[in-house]
Ligand binder design. Sequence first.
Ligand SMILES: Nc1ncnc2c1ncn2[C@@H]1O[C@H](COP(=O)(O)OP(=O)(O)OP(=O)(O)O)[C@@H](O)[C@H]1O
Length: 309
Amino acid sequence: MMSTILKIDRLSHRYSSTWAVRDINLEVGHAGVIGLLGSNGAGKSTTMNIICGVLNQTEGTVYVNGLDIRQQPEQAKREIGFLPQNPPVYTDLTVDEYLHYAAQLRHIEKSKVRKAVEEAKERVGISHFSSRLIGNLSGGYRQRVGIAQAIIHKPKLVVMDEPTNGLDPNQLIEARKLIREIGQDHTVLLSSHILSEVHLLCREIVMIEGGRVIFSDTMEAFNNYVQPHSVLARMEQPPTAAELQQISGVSNVEFLSDRQVRIYFDGDESITERIVAASVQHGWRLREIKLDKGLLDDIFKQLSIQSLQ
Ligand SMILES: Nc1ncnc2c1ncn2[C@@H]1O[C@H](COP(=O)(O)OP(=O)(O)OP(=O)(O)O)[C@@H](O)[C@H]1O
């Protein structure tokens, strides 16, 4: 039977009178990266802080490896590594000093601390900076130190709150590569406000907006959900809508201008080949044809708007 690493059951949280998180449910049973996607103020940090036992929820329960984070916080926290939005990485300590300190906080046995520190450094590629002051590291390497402290005790669940925020393009590529690697043998819950990032990194996606889940499924299901259902075509001598509708699979036709037409279809994308063939046969002089796949971030906006209606 699949063991559940993280289970969130009807989680709600209120800061004074305002609800920041409403009725969130989630169950994750295996390794891989799960994306918690939402715009600013959607409730990502609140959810993550509750999962990691930093904040006590108003309602609902969080289980990590079957342990209730409120009832058995010490045991549950052994299974969690946390990289908060602003990691407490001390700039006046060396990498080794800081990671030794982190290992102590995680109650790693004294005799095993050195090995744990070495392994964590190696895992995130910072062994060559062991005696470097953290304050003298680049943002990308500081972030790696933050990830090293999150995995030092080999937790089952690693929670990362917007881990790529503020990184430059090169650091971003490296950080994403590392997160993907960590996801190979940990369950990683990562928050982001960038859909393309979640799309790139995650096996599953949970979108939240206004504290509520608006979409939750595998990335594969999300891709199917956003499958294109229309193509855009430009022709010099376009046919009538009725002629286009005779092509097998075409469900609807919308002229955007004299020469530009959006053709809706059912079924797979091979419709483009049939349109090209019909154009050649009837002399429609097709100049351009492309799948009308909405931009990922537009889809996210659309889902957010739908959720507010
Ligand atoms: N300590 C607090 N006291 C009162 N309200 C808060 C507090 N922390 C967060 N909030 C509010 O709760 C809501 C959710 O905030 P949260 O920080 O969880 O969102 P987020 O998705 O992580 O956003 P961001 O990406 O900006 O960090 C927001 O409306 C925010 O203003």
